[in-house]
Design a protein around this ligand. Structure first.
Ligand SMILES: CC(C)(COP(=O)(O)OP(=O)(O)OC[C@H]1O[C@@H](n2cnc3c(N)ncnc32)[C@H](O)[C@@H]1OP(=O)(O)O)[C@@H](O)C(=O)NCCC(=O)NCCS
Length: 272
């Protein structure tokens, strides 16, 4: 009779101490610590090795590593020597702040830069209006396919379909008050869409999707949408973040700055 070896299943690691330490660090300087909204990293913490960087007795940064896959390195200090301690170990993908990218960049063929901006709500934006257009919330019961259609119409690259869009509404950060259409009053149809998420535990909101149909760009609708989102969000969170590709011909960082977002932080995704 053959004897089978019992499979050893490791119990899930308790990530709550790492999560608490990461949240405390992140809140001090979100755009320098992570390339994305905190909840996205917290969600993956189980598969990440988390090493906090200690500088003269205080935690100033974090190195997150998914063995053999990915490394994220963020720190509040600007000391380039800190980057010398980053060990690549052949990882194919690295997320790293601009201040530390130089010594690592030669090892990677593909490099993409992302801006990361912050709105602290100290000055709530004026809510611009554009005559002929109005804002209303997305109807979650009937309009999720339309969300996917509008996303598709706004980008050259592939965009999420209805199933994925529906999944976003099941996440704890889902905030139905921050899914907004800009409606063309005459045609009675949406011409722009903004989607933000709210992480109440962290006190962070993040703008996830902001887009205007190509034929309606340059009219001020992007500004109207972002100002309304920030206005709604900043009353309930401590800060709002947004990230986007630096090499975007639409120059969305200009739009976000115009609406009160600030910062100079650039993150790089390096791929071999
Ligand atoms: C980015 C986007 C939302 C801007 O929407 P919009 O309705 O055209 O923006 P607005 O008309 O409110 O313009 C906002 C500011 O950006 C400027 N702007 C708009 N399009 C621009 C472009 N292509 N290049 C440079 N600046 C631009 C405007 O001049 C304006 O600045 P100003 O008031 O100082 O003159 C729109 O171009 C878009 O949907 N792009 C595709 C999706 C996308 O890239 N989203 C951002 C992801 S991070």
């Amino acid at each position: 009779m053959s004897r089978r070896k019992a499979a050893v299943i490791a119990p899930p690691r308790d990530t709550s101490p790492d999560e608490a330490a990461l949240r405390a660090l992140y809140r001090k300087d979100p755009s320098r610590i992570l390339p994305n909204a905190l909840w996205k990293t917290v969600m993956r913490l189980q598969s990440l090795e988390c090493r906090f960087i200690d500088d003269a007795g205080s935690v100033t940064g974090v190195e997150l590593r998914e063995p053999g896959k990915l490394l994220i390195y963020g720190t509040r200090t600007q000391d380039p020597l800190k980057a010398a301690s980053v060990k690549l170990d052949g990882v194919p993908t690295v997320y790293i702040h601009n201040d530390f990218v130089a010594p690592l960049a030669p090892w990677f063929e593909h490099k993409e830069a992302f801006f990361r901006l912050l709105h602290t709500g100290s000055e709530l934006p004026l809510r611009a209006t554009v005559p002929g257009y109005t804002i209303r919330e997305v109807d979650m019961t009937t309009e999720l396919p339309l969300v996917a259609t509008i996303l598709h119409a706004c980008y050259d690259a592939p965009t999420p379909g209805t199933d994925e869009v529906t999944m976003w509404t099941k996440r704890p950060v889902f905030d139905p008050r921050a899914w907004l259409w800009v409606i063309d009053r005459k045609e009675k149809r949406p011409v722009a869409l903004g989607i933000a998420e709210t992480d109440r535990l962290t006190g962070e909101a993040s703008l996830e999707w902001v887009q205007v149909l190509p034929a309606f760009r340059g009219l001020g609708l992007g500004t109207m949408l972002v100002q309304e989102l920030v206005y709604r969000l900043e009353q309930r969170v401590a800060f709002t973040t947004v990230a986007g590709q630096v090499k975007n011909p639409c120059e969305p960082d200009h739009l976000f700055r115009r609406c009160g977002f600030t910062g100079r932080d650039i993150w790089w995704i390096l791929r071999r």
